[in-house]
Design a protein around this ligand. Structure first.
Ligand code: NG1
Ligand code: ZN
Length: 485
């Protein structure tokens, strides 16, 4: 390592004294003005990670839906996954190291993670439209260059596009071409073929807008999507990630039944999934559901255990993963199966595999998947919405002195500390019907989140408020106690 270059460049990206940041739910997030040293050091880390795994690593500068003055950085592992959790600790150590200790921390990481500094490093960079993002991605480049790494700056891209590009690069093009054109070509081709197949079967279907028009929105870096519409009475209906997972599961389950393979399918959710979505999936659709901790990396990891793993957070982050064995079998059926119905179903599954971005939840790809399913099944947005009714719910956040006093277990559904909090929540939940509530420290904001659901909106609001008071009193709430909703 060129110690002189490290000293020189780290002095250009100084760490504000006393500032400590944690690698959170989706990397580092903070006010943009506090992040220059972090992104420089994440450039270093990406270089180290690339050397450690002998592959291209991605680095994305974005704070997604957070306010414009915020920013953040997340790393993408070789196959387009989130940075391996074992490296989150190195990321935190590097981000918080005193300047004169940087070299030592790097050497320690190299020892612990068996990094050979003489190896080549290659990093792909992407950023969002925030005013601070361009400057911060320049600092990332400084970090990569200190370690002698190569980089390709894709400039303005969505987070999932960067994940896609990293995966393509490391699979020698097997997943697609590592360019933006390659991404658009792959998705549009699979979408057109999927739709064509359905239209060939029935000419009455299509993408015609119905009276109650469906709309969708993406979040700041296009890795989340939600649908919504206004009904004829003017009421707003939100169709969230849970209902998206449900629609996709229905479609896939039908196709899987037609290809008659013994594929294991499951849905992965978090504690924020609406209770009625879980019930519908388990009881009506008879699909196993698993609950994991908040954050796509946890959902992605769990979904990898199945042949077909559908995962979505209620807020619209999600995708579908197919095991290599299932994918190979499906592609083989398309080529060799004599039975028409079975082969056609396999072909639809094959196009679904190509349309879905398996590296990470991708709003563009998810939208095309949903549009195709609605068209193929001839479903209106109202019919989709009516699959089940969401239980009324309320999500609140409050500030406490130190949110780390809350420790959770059971996929964040129960609080272990502070003492007495879980007992209090249990007692409050008992007061209402169809109720559920939990609290957890946010990984992207300095707040504690409180979630409650119950049989009516009034009850969900009351329960959320009561739980927030308990958190306020038992976990050191800041300022005035939370007010009723
Ligand atoms: P935190 O701030 O840890 O709750 C939020 C979302 C997550 C995930 C991350 C990453 C909720 C309740 N939480 O995490 O689901 O999307 O941001 O962007 O929606
Ligand atoms: Zn996002």
């Amino acid at each position: 390592m060129d110690s002189e270059a490290l000293r020189k460049y780290s002095a250009l990206h100084p760490r504000p004294a006393g500032l400590t940041l944690q690698y959170g739910t989706a990397g580092f997030r903070s006010k943009a003005e506090q992040l220059d040293h972090v992104v420089f050091r994440m450039g270093l880390l990406a270089g180290l990670r690339s050397k450690a795994v002998t592959a291209t690593i991605g680095i994305m500068v974005t704070a997604s839906h957070n306010p414009e003055e915020d920013n953040g950085v997340k790393l993408v592992d070789p196959l387009g996954e989130m940075l391996h959790p074992s490296w989150e600790e190195y990321a935190t150590q590097l981000a918080n190291a005193e300047e004169q200790e940087l070299q030592k921390v790097i050497t320690e990481i190299c020892q612990k993670a068996a990094v050979n500094l003489h190896k080549d490093a290659s990093v792909f960079i992407g950023r969002d439209t925030r005013p601070s993002s361009e400057r911060l991605s320049q600092s990332v480049i400084d970090g990569i260059q200190v370690l002698g790494g190569q980089y390709h700056d894709y400039g303005l891209v969505t987070t999932p596009q960067l994940h896609y590009m990293v995966c393509c690069q490391n699979t020698q093009g097997q997943y697609g071409k590592a360019t933006l054109e390659g991404y658009y070509e792959k998705l549009s081709k699979a979408f057109m073929e999927l739709i064509k197949q359905g239209l060939a079967r029935s000419t009455s279907l299509g993408l015609d807008m119905k009276p109650n028009e469906r709309c969708c929105s993406f979040d700041g870096d296009a890795d989340r999507i939600v649908y919504y519409y206004k009904d004829t009475a003017g009421h707003f209906h939100l169709i969230d990630g849970d209902k998206i997972a449900t629609l996709i599961s229905i479609f896939l389950k039908e196709l899987l039944a037609k290809v008659k393979q013994d594929f294991k399918m499951a849905v992965v959710q978090t504690a924020y999934a609406n209770g009625n979505s879980t019930r519908y999936l388990q009881e009506t659709l008879k699909v196993p559901v698993h609950c994991v901790k908040t954050g796509v990396k946890h959902l992605h990891h769990k979904a990898q255990e199945f042949d077909v793993g559908v995962y979505f957070e209620a807020n619209g982050h999600g995708t579908v993963l197919f095991s290599k064995a299932a994918e190979t079998k499906i592609r083989q059926l398309v080529k060799e199966e004599k039975d028409n119905e079975k082969r056609e179903a396999a072909k639809m599954l094959e196009n679904m595999i190509d349309l879905i971005n398996q590296t990470v939840g991708d709003a563009v790809s998810d939208m095309l998947v949903i549009e195709a399913i609605l068209a193929l099944k001839g479903l209106t947005v109202q019919q989709w919405d009516a699959l089940y009714a969401d239980l009324p719910n309320r999500l609140l956040k409050i500030q406490v002195a130190d949110r780390r006093v809350i420790d959770t277990t059971d996929a964040e559904r129960r609080a272990l500390t502070p003492p007495g909090l879980q007992e209090k929540i249990d007692a409050l939940v008992k007061k209402y019907k169809l109720s559920r509530a939990f609290v957890r420290p946010s990984g992207t904001e300095d707040v504690v989140r409180i979630y409650a659901e119950a049989d009516t909106q009034e009850n969900a609001d009351a329960l959320a408020h009561e739980v927030s008071l308990a958190v306020f009193h038992l976990a050191g709430g800041k300022g005035a106690p939370p007010q009723p909703i």
